[in-house]
Design a protein around this ligand. Structure first.
Ligand code: ADP
Ligand code: ADP
Length: 228
């Protein structure tokens, strides 16, 4: 089975008597271990698609399967990294505690949680920042913490929603390289949503292009990654 399978997905918003078809009829799948980017201009339906994938929004028609299982609410096997890093970390908890939180929800034993937190901090280059509070860190470092938290959770699927849109160009380039090397070493199935086609082509093995036409078209562009 594919890790993510989207079939005939459609979402219509109705507000004040107006109907907005945010996504028309989308079908695609992402194989286990694949890195796929979803790219499209503002208004193309990226956020809507992402919320349907994450089980935060019920589609009007169609379905999303995660490892063959229909998504009806936030799936336990999925980790999401959002654009607004400042809002996704708890300011009153240290970096270690922030990463530990989902591991507690998973009810992992303490020794294993400690190991996962330490390993993930090392993997994102923040081995010494565990006792800091998020607000003491730069935006780029906070986004590293968000990535560490997602990776430590060992998700089946990692969903990233324009995670680097709010950081400066150099930090962004560093974070893109971090995400790509983490993916290469861990092989987590990754869906990366961005409006930036250059970023999508640089990062992904595959680029899914959402166009803003009334009936949404989805073009599937395989990207040949340079061998390493
Ligand atoms: P993107 O993330 O690519 O910018 P969105 O999924 O946010 O696209 O929006 C797709 C379309 O759906 C847009 O036309 C937007 O105005 C509309 N839309 C998004 N959310 C709502 C909502 N809650 N109610 C009504 N229309 C919405
Ligand atoms: P442990 O077995 O690691 O000592 P605790 O007994 O301290 O765990 O925690 C019991 C429950 O309380 C946990 O399952 C967790 O949901 C919650 N909890 C404890 N500490 C925290 C924390 N710092 N942040 C969030 N939840 C916590």
């Amino acid at each position: 089975t594919d890790m993510v399978s989207v079939k005939g997905l459609n979402k219509v918003y109705e507000s004040a008597g107006r109907r907005v078809e945010a996504i028309g009829d989308i079908t695609f799948s992402v194989a286990r271990g694949e890195f796929a980017c979803i790219v499209g201009p503002s208004g193309a339906g990226k956020t809507t698609l992402l919320k349907c994938l994450a089980g935060l929004l019920t589609p009007t028609a169609g379905e999303v399967l995660l490892d063959g299982v229909p998504v009806t609410g936030p799936p336990p096997g999925m980790a999401v990294v959002f654009q607004e890093y400042g809002r996704s970390l708890f300011p009153w908890k240290t970096v270690r505690q922030n990463i530990d939180l989902p591991l507690r929800q998973k009810k992992l034993p303490r020794a294993e949680r400690d190991r996962l937190v330490t390993d993930s901090l090392g993997a994102v280059g923040l081995a010494d920042a565990g006792d800091a509070y998020p607000w003491q860190l730069s935006g780029g470092m906070q986004q590293r913490v968000a990535i560490a938290r997602a990776v430590a959770y060992e998700p089946q699927v990692l969903l990233m929603d324009e995670p680097f849109a709010a950081v400066d160009a150099q930090t962004r380039a560093d974070l893109e390289d971090l995400v790509r090397s983490l993916w290469r070493s861990l092989g987590i199935t990754t869906l990366f949503v961005t409006h930036d086609i250059d970023e999508a082509v640089y990062l992904g093995e595959r680029v899914l292009v959402l166009s803003a036409s009334p009936t949404c078209v989805l073009d599937d562009v395989p990207i040949g990654l340079p061998a390493e």
